[in-house]
Design a protein around this ligand. Structure first.
Ligand SMILES: [Zn+2]
Length: 285
């Protein structure tokens, strides 16, 4: 059977042989170039033209950072609805939707594995789950990663991607900030290294607590990092904010970050940093 037919001297593909191309391309929000999704995937979701770092999910992040053979842990916790929160949409419904969309119980995954052979505890926030907001389950899961790190004397990395505290859990959400920060203080006393990796976006209570408490606080390029959003700050101080305010580069320049590390270099950067912190190697330039 021919896959085309002649129509007024033109060759027109028959509908069953049309190649559907939508969904195969992405547009870079920074340089506006259209990128083939397979190229983007091969480049770790970084725009090949301008280096814009697209968001990646928690599972992909773990796969990217840890050596093969890692294990996902602490997966059993589930949020309840402590305040019977009913504003706009019922919280229970939002939780159910987010669980269906991400296949996770909440906005966090803990993993145990190695990074270039060095044992590591990893806790990664999932932005696609209600904006990576931190409620009791996220806080408790991170606290468990901290405890595990303390018990096994293994370095810790927390990868933040969060809009901040989860309003629908009220004070239970805010209490997590103190709980995780207290755990990190114990880690500090035990001289076990912790590196905080901030990705786009890291805001609110997460920035105000564990994301800025690393022995090294590092970020991916171009990530939005801050406490309140720029609009709220402008309205409060009645001043226009400078260009690039709250982006990684601005924060590095003003001393709030130790380094900006492109996604491709993250794994070796973290492995080298831990080797140096644990006295296994001299610092490289
Ligand atoms: Zn681009």
């Amino acid at each position: 059977m021919s896959w085309f037919k002649r129509e007024e001297h033109q060759i027109v593909p028959t509908p069953d042989h049309e190649v559907r191309t939508e969904g195969l391309w992405s547009k870079c929000p920074s340089c506006h170039k259209v990128i083939w999704k397979a190229d983007l995937e091969a480049n770790l979701q970084v725009c090949p033209s301008c280096g814009h770092h697209f968001k990646i999910d928690a599972r992909k992040r773990i796969e990217l950072l840890l050596d093969p053979g890692y294990e996902l842990v602490d997966l059993d916790l589930k949020s309840t609805d402590p305040l019977s929160f009913t504003d706009l949409k019922r919280y229970k419904e939002r939780l159910a939707q987010a669980q269906k969309k991400t296949g996770l119980n909440d906005a966090i995954i803990n993993a145990v594995g190695t990074i270039e052979g060095q044992p590591l505890i990893l806790s990664v926030m999932e932005y696609a789950f209600i904006g990576g907001s931190m409620g009791a389950v996220v806080g408790e899961t991170i606290a468990r990663a901290v405890d595990r790190s303390l018990e096994t004397k293994t370095p810790l990395v927390i990868v933040s991607a969060s809009g901040g505290a989860r309003m629908m859990e009220g004070i239970a959400s805010l209490m997590q900030l103190a709980k995780v920060s207290a755990g990190l203080a114990k880690l500090d006393d035990a001289k076990i290294p912790y590196i905080s990796l901030m990705t786009d976006p890291t805001t609110g209570g997460v920035t105000a607590s564990f994301a800025m408490l690393g022995d090294l606080n590092i970020a991916e390029p171009g990530a939005l990092i801050g406490f309140a959003g720029p609009r709220v700050i402008e309205q409060t101080i009645r001043q226009k904010l400078p260009e690039g305010f709250q982006r990684s580069e601005f924060l590095l320049e003003h001393g709030f970050l130790d380094a900006i590390v492109p996604r491709k270099e993250l794994k070796s950067y973290l492995a080298k940093s831990f080797a140096w912190m644990l006295g296994q190697s001299a610092p490289s330039a």
